[in-house]
Design a protein around this ligand. Structure first.
Ligand code: B12
Length: 210
Protein backbone atom coordinates (compact mmCIF):
# COMPACT_ATOMS: atom_id res chain seq x y z
CA UNK A 1 0.00 0.00 0.00
CA UNK A 2 2.81 2.40 0.99
CA UNK A 3 4.13 2.41 -2.59
CA UNK A 4 0.76 3.58 -3.92
CA UNK A 5 0.55 6.65 -1.67
CA UNK A 6 3.21 8.74 -3.48
CA UNK A 7 1.85 8.18 -7.02
CA UNK A 8 -1.70 8.71 -5.74
CA UNK A 9 -0.60 11.98 -4.13
CA UNK A 10 1.12 13.06 -7.40
CA UNK A 11 -1.99 12.26 -9.44
CA UNK A 12 -4.09 14.43 -7.11
CA UNK A 13 -1.60 17.30 -7.19
CA UNK A 14 -1.51 17.24 -11.00
CA UNK A 15 -5.33 17.01 -11.10
CA UNK A 16 -5.09 13.70 -13.01
CA UNK A 17 -8.47 12.26 -12.06
CA UNK A 18 -8.10 9.19 -14.31
CA UNK A 19 -4.78 8.15 -12.77
CA UNK A 20 -6.07 8.82 -9.24
CA UNK A 21 -9.07 6.61 -9.92
CA UNK A 22 -6.88 3.84 -11.42
CA UNK A 23 -4.59 3.83 -8.36
CA UNK A 24 -7.58 3.79 -6.00
CA UNK A 25 -9.06 0.84 -7.92
CA UNK A 26 -5.67 -0.93 -7.66
CA UNK A 27 -5.78 -0.49 -3.88
CA UNK A 28 -9.28 -1.98 -3.82
CA UNK A 29 -7.97 -5.24 -5.30
CA UNK A 30 -6.11 -6.01 -2.05
CA UNK A 31 -8.14 -4.21 0.63
CA UNK A 32 -11.62 -3.27 1.75
CA UNK A 33 -13.00 0.13 0.72
CA UNK A 34 -12.54 1.55 4.21
CA UNK A 35 -8.95 0.23 4.40
CA UNK A 36 -8.25 1.84 1.02
CA UNK A 37 -9.69 5.14 2.25
CA UNK A 38 -7.76 5.11 5.52
CA UNK A 39 -4.47 3.79 4.13
CA UNK A 40 -4.36 5.56 0.74
CA UNK A 41 -6.72 8.56 0.63
CA UNK A 42 -6.17 9.89 4.16
CA UNK A 43 -2.32 9.76 4.11
CA UNK A 44 -2.19 11.30 0.61
CA UNK A 45 -4.43 14.18 1.73
CA UNK A 46 -2.32 14.64 4.87
CA UNK A 47 0.82 14.94 2.75
CA UNK A 48 -0.93 17.37 0.42
CA UNK A 49 -1.96 19.47 3.42
CA UNK A 50 1.62 19.52 4.69
CA UNK A 51 2.91 20.49 1.21
CA UNK A 52 0.41 23.35 1.07
CA UNK A 53 1.43 24.41 4.58
CA UNK A 54 5.08 24.63 3.53
CA UNK A 55 4.21 26.64 0.41
CA UNK A 56 4.83 23.91 -2.17
CA UNK A 57 1.20 23.67 -3.34
CA UNK A 58 -1.60 26.12 -4.07
CA UNK A 59 -4.85 26.01 -2.07
CA UNK A 60 -6.65 25.26 -5.34
CA UNK A 61 -4.69 21.99 -5.55
CA UNK A 62 -5.71 21.11 -1.99
CA UNK A 63 -9.31 21.94 -2.83
CA UNK A 64 -9.40 19.87 -6.03
CA UNK A 65 -7.64 16.96 -4.29
CA UNK A 66 -10.36 17.05 -1.64
CA UNK A 67 -13.10 17.09 -4.28
CA UNK A 68 -11.58 14.16 -6.22
CA UNK A 69 -11.24 12.17 -3.01
CA UNK A 70 -14.81 12.95 -1.98
CA UNK A 71 -16.02 11.45 -5.27
CA UNK A 72 -13.82 8.35 -4.87
CA UNK A 73 -14.90 7.80 -1.28
CA UNK A 74 -18.56 8.35 -2.13
CA UNK A 75 -18.35 5.66 -4.82
CA UNK A 76 -17.25 2.94 -2.35
CA UNK A 77 -18.91 3.87 0.94
CA UNK A 78 -20.25 0.76 2.59
CA UNK A 79 -23.99 0.09 2.56
CA UNK A 80 -25.96 0.29 5.78
CA UNK A 81 -26.17 -2.73 8.03
CA UNK A 82 -29.84 -3.80 8.17
CA UNK A 83 -29.44 -5.03 11.75
CA UNK A 84 -29.28 -1.56 13.31
CA UNK A 85 -28.29 -0.81 16.89
CA UNK A 86 -30.62 1.92 18.08
CA UNK A 87 -28.72 2.76 21.28
CA UNK A 88 -27.42 5.19 22.29
CA UNK A 89 -29.12 8.15 20.61
CA UNK A 90 -26.28 9.69 18.64
CA UNK A 91 -25.52 12.38 16.09
CA UNK A 92 -22.55 13.53 14.06
CA UNK A 93 -21.79 17.10 13.00
CA UNK A 94 -19.17 19.31 11.39
CA UNK A 95 -18.65 22.17 13.84
CA UNK A 96 -18.39 25.57 12.15
CA UNK A 97 -15.82 24.89 9.44
CA UNK A 98 -16.24 23.87 5.84
CA UNK A 99 -15.31 20.30 5.20
CA UNK A 100 -17.15 17.08 4.80
CA UNK A 101 -14.93 14.16 4.08
CA UNK A 102 -13.98 13.10 7.61
CA UNK A 103 -17.56 13.36 8.90
CA UNK A 104 -18.92 11.56 5.87
CA UNK A 105 -16.52 8.64 6.37
CA UNK A 106 -17.21 8.36 10.11
CA UNK A 107 -20.99 8.55 9.52
CA UNK A 108 -20.82 5.89 6.86
CA UNK A 109 -18.64 3.52 8.89
CA UNK A 110 -20.88 3.97 11.95
CA UNK A 111 -23.94 3.10 9.87
CA UNK A 112 -22.19 0.18 8.22
CA UNK A 113 -21.35 -1.09 11.72
CA UNK A 114 -25.03 -1.07 12.63
CA UNK A 115 -25.45 2.28 14.38
CA UNK A 116 -28.34 4.59 13.57
CA UNK A 117 -27.34 8.22 14.06
CA UNK A 118 -28.52 11.68 13.07
CA UNK A 119 -26.46 13.54 10.49
CA UNK A 120 -26.62 17.21 11.54
CA UNK A 121 -24.52 18.42 8.62
CA UNK A 122 -22.66 21.62 9.54
CA UNK A 123 -23.74 23.69 12.56
CA UNK A 124 -22.41 26.45 14.80
CA UNK A 125 -22.25 26.23 18.59
CA UNK A 126 -25.67 27.58 19.69
CA UNK A 127 -27.66 25.72 17.08
CA UNK A 128 -25.76 22.51 17.84
CA UNK A 129 -26.33 22.66 21.59
CA UNK A 130 -30.06 23.39 21.15
CA UNK A 131 -30.50 20.54 18.74
CA UNK A 132 -28.48 18.00 20.73
CA UNK A 133 -30.59 18.72 23.82
CA UNK A 134 -33.89 18.76 21.92
CA UNK A 135 -33.02 15.37 20.37
CA UNK A 136 -32.10 13.96 23.81
CA UNK A 137 -28.74 12.73 22.55
CA UNK A 138 -26.49 10.50 24.64
CA UNK A 139 -23.50 10.72 22.25
CA UNK A 140 -22.49 13.70 20.11
CA UNK A 141 -19.71 13.13 17.56
CA UNK A 142 -17.98 16.30 16.39
CA UNK A 143 -15.67 16.54 13.38
CA UNK A 144 -13.48 19.60 12.74
CA UNK A 145 -10.89 20.63 10.16
CA UNK A 146 -9.19 23.68 11.65
CA UNK A 147 -8.00 24.70 15.11
CA UNK A 148 -10.48 27.58 15.72
CA UNK A 149 -13.34 25.11 15.26
CA UNK A 150 -11.68 22.60 17.59
CA UNK A 151 -11.47 25.28 20.27
CA UNK A 152 -15.22 25.91 19.93
CA UNK A 153 -15.82 22.37 21.25
CA UNK A 154 -15.07 23.86 24.67
CA UNK A 155 -18.15 26.10 24.38
CA UNK A 156 -20.26 23.17 23.22
CA UNK A 157 -19.20 21.04 26.20
CA UNK A 158 -19.66 23.76 28.80
CA UNK A 159 -23.09 24.80 27.46
CA UNK A 160 -24.28 21.20 27.38
CA UNK A 161 -23.17 20.72 31.00
CA UNK A 162 -24.58 24.14 31.96
CA UNK A 163 -27.99 23.03 30.76
CA UNK A 164 -27.79 19.85 32.79
CA UNK A 165 -27.70 17.43 29.85
CA UNK A 166 -25.71 14.21 30.05
CA UNK A 167 -24.25 13.93 26.55
CA UNK A 168 -20.89 12.30 25.85
CA UNK A 169 -18.89 14.35 23.36
CA UNK A 170 -16.54 12.46 21.01
CA UNK A 171 -14.25 14.50 18.76
CA UNK A 172 -12.02 13.91 15.75
CA UNK A 173 -10.31 15.63 12.82
CA UNK A 174 -6.98 17.23 11.92
CA UNK A 175 -6.39 19.54 14.95
CA UNK A 176 -6.89 16.63 17.35
CA UNK A 177 -4.48 14.49 15.32
CA UNK A 178 -1.81 17.21 15.60
CA UNK A 179 -2.20 17.74 19.35
CA UNK A 180 -2.92 14.61 21.35
CA UNK A 181 -3.94 16.56 24.49
CA UNK A 182 -6.35 18.94 22.77
CA UNK A 183 -9.47 16.79 23.19
CA UNK A 184 -9.04 16.85 26.96
CA UNK A 185 -8.31 20.59 26.97
CA UNK A 186 -11.62 21.33 25.22
CA UNK A 187 -13.54 19.10 27.64
CA UNK A 188 -14.46 16.25 25.29
CA UNK A 189 -15.07 12.75 26.67
CA UNK A 190 -13.10 10.94 23.95
CA UNK A 191 -11.16 11.43 20.74
CA UNK A 192 -10.83 9.08 17.77
CA UNK A 193 -8.02 8.97 15.22
CA UNK A 194 -10.09 7.23 12.56
CA UNK A 195 -13.56 6.06 11.61
CA UNK A 196 -12.78 2.59 12.97
CA UNK A 197 -11.90 4.13 16.33
CA UNK A 198 -15.20 6.03 16.31
CA UNK A 199 -17.06 2.72 16.34
CA UNK A 200 -14.87 1.34 19.16
CA UNK A 201 -15.41 4.47 21.25
CA UNK A 202 -19.20 4.46 20.91
CA UNK A 203 -19.29 0.75 21.78
CA UNK A 204 -17.20 1.47 24.87
CA UNK A 205 -19.44 4.38 25.89
CA UNK A 206 -22.51 2.15 25.44
CA UNK A 207 -20.94 -0.32 27.87
CA UNK A 208 -20.27 2.45 30.39
CA UNK A 209 -23.84 3.77 30.15
CA UNK A 210 -25.42 0.44 31.08
C1 B12 B 1 -8.86 18.82 1.93
C2 B12 B 1 -8.47 19.95 2.86
C3 B12 B 1 -9.17 21.15 2.74
C4 B12 B 1 -10.34 21.31 1.80
C5 B12 B 1 -11.62 20.68 2.43
C6 B12 B 1 -12.54 20.16 1.32
C7 B12 B 1 -13.72 19.38 1.84
N1 B12 B 1 -14.83 19.55 1.16
O1 B12 B 1 -13.67 18.67 2.81
C8 B12 B 1 -10.42 22.86 1.65
C9 B12 B 1 -9.61 23.30 0.44
C10 B12 B 1 -11.81 23.46 1.58
C11 B12 B 1 -9.63 23.32 2.90
C12 B12 B 1 -9.73 24.60 3.39
C13 B12 B 1 -8.99 25.07 4.45
N2 B12 B 1 -8.01 24.40 5.10
CO1 B12 B 1 -7.62 22.53 4.81
N3 B12 B 1 -7.02 20.80 4.59
C14 B12 B 1 -7.42 19.81 3.83
C15 B12 B 1 -6.50 18.58 4.05
C16 B12 B 1 -5.43 18.56 2.95
C17 B12 B 1 -7.18 17.23 4.11
C18 B12 B 1 -8.42 17.17 5.04
C19 B12 B 1 -9.19 15.92 4.72
O2 B12 B 1 -10.25 15.97 4.12
N4 B12 B 1 -8.61 14.77 5.09
C20 B12 B 1 -9.23 13.48 4.83
C21 B12 B 1 -10.25 13.19 5.95
C22 B12 B 1 -10.92 11.86 5.69
O3 B12 B 1 -9.51 13.13 7.13
P1 B12 B 1 -10.01 13.75 8.51
O4 B12 B 1 -10.90 14.93 8.32
O5 B12 B 1 -8.82 13.95 9.37
O6 B12 B 1 -10.92 12.60 9.11
C23 B12 B 1 -10.42 11.35 9.56
C24 B12 B 1 -9.99 11.35 11.03
O7 B12 B 1 -9.54 12.61 11.50
C25 B12 B 1 -11.20 10.85 11.76
N5 B12 B 1 -12.25 11.79 12.13
C26 B12 B 1 -12.68 12.92 11.51
N6 B12 B 1 -13.72 13.44 12.14
C27 B12 B 1 -13.99 12.65 13.18
C28 B12 B 1 -14.97 12.74 14.17
C29 B12 B 1 -15.01 11.78 15.18
C30 B12 B 1 -16.05 11.87 16.23
C31 B12 B 1 -14.05 10.71 15.19
C32 B12 B 1 -14.07 9.72 16.28
C33 B12 B 1 -13.09 10.62 14.19
C34 B12 B 1 -13.06 11.59 13.20
O8 B12 B 1 -11.77 9.91 10.86
C35 B12 B 1 -11.59 10.37 9.51
C36 B12 B 1 -11.34 9.16 8.66
O9 B12 B 1 -10.13 8.53 8.99
C37 B12 B 1 -5.89 18.90 5.46
C38 B12 B 1 -4.55 18.22 5.79
C39 B12 B 1 -4.63 17.29 6.99
N7 B12 B 1 -3.48 16.94 7.52
O10 B12 B 1 -5.70 16.89 7.43
C40 B12 B 1 -5.85 20.43 5.43
C41 B12 B 1 -5.92 21.24 6.74
C42 B12 B 1 -6.92 20.58 7.67
N8 B12 B 1 -6.43 22.55 6.30
C43 B12 B 1 -5.92 23.52 6.97
C44 B12 B 1 -6.26 24.90 6.79
C45 B12 B 1 -5.47 25.89 7.58
C46 B12 B 1 -7.31 25.27 5.91
C47 B12 B 1 -7.81 26.71 5.60
C48 B12 B 1 -7.91 27.64 6.82
C49 B12 B 1 -6.94 27.30 4.52
C50 B12 B 1 -7.17 28.77 4.18
N9 B12 B 1 -6.17 29.58 4.47
O11 B12 B 1 -8.25 29.11 3.71
C51 B12 B 1 -9.20 26.44 4.99
C52 B12 B 1 -10.31 26.43 6.09
C53 B12 B 1 -11.69 26.11 5.54
C54 B12 B 1 -12.74 26.19 6.60
N10 B12 B 1 -13.00 27.33 7.20
O12 B12 B 1 -13.33 25.21 6.92
C55 B12 B 1 -4.90 23.04 8.00
C56 B12 B 1 -5.45 23.11 9.45
C57 B12 B 1 -4.37 23.53 10.44
C58 B12 B 1 -4.93 23.70 11.83
N11 B12 B 1 -4.18 23.19 12.82
O13 B12 B 1 -5.95 24.27 12.06
C59 B12 B 1 -4.56 21.61 7.47
C60 B12 B 1 -4.17 20.61 8.55
C61 B12 B 1 -3.42 21.76 6.44
C62 B12 B 1 -2.08 22.14 7.09
N12 B12 B 1 -1.16 21.18 7.22
O14 B12 B 1 -1.88 23.24 7.48
N13 B12 B 1 -8.88 22.33 3.40
Amino acid sequence: MQQLVAPFQESLESLDRIKANALFQEALTTMTPIEAVEQLVVPALERIGAAWHSGQLALSQVYMSGRFCEALVESVLPPSDPDRKHQPRSAIVVLSDYHDLGKRIVYSVMRASGFELFDYGRLDVDELVDRAIADKLRVLMISVLILPSALKVKQVCSRIKGRGANIKVVVGGAPFLFDSQLWQEVGADAMGNSAAEAVEIVERLMGEMQ
